[in-house]
Design a protein around this ligand. Structure first.
Ligand code: ZN
Length: 127
């Protein structure tokens, strides 16, 4: 499961939108001038599902979110690690406000954008 998640994260970050995220993360330096680490924790029962710190460098992945369903443009879709990471990294890299999920900003600009760049066309349409 760790390998599957790592593979998905690597794929996401290799896309054009993923590279925008990499550039943002690489610009974040600690007080010593070193690039801040991006940390992904895996928690079987986080109590909050998968979540991230908006504008931050931390994400908690709850693996049971894998294969949960979403409303897609061409019908029901199922969350992959790619889609979960694309969503959370959007929050982390670009610090969208607390309501942006409802406005679909992060979903359109990051989640669906990366998934399209990976070849998945069933865009999420609702939060
Ligand atoms: Zn969100």
């Amino acid at each position: 499961m760790r390998a599957q998640a790592m593979n998905a994260l690597t794929q996401d970050l290799a896309t054009p939108r993923g590279q925008d995220m990499v550039n943002e993360f690489m610009s974040r330096l600690d007080s010593n001038g070193s690039v801040e680490h991006v940390r992904v924790y895996i928690d079987a029962d986080s109590g909050l599902g998968t979540y991230s710190v908006r504008g931050g460098n931390v994400m908690v992945l709850q693996p049971s979110d894998l294969l949960s369903s979403y409303s897609g443009r061409t019908g029901v879709g199922f969350f992959s690690y790619d889609r979960i990471f694309a969503h959370e990294m959007g929050h982390m890299a670009f610090g969208n406000n607390a309501f942006d999920d409802y406005a679909l900003t992060n979903i359109k600009n990051n989640e669906n954008a990366i998934m399209e760049q990976l070849g998945y066309t069933n865009d999420r349409m609702f939060y």
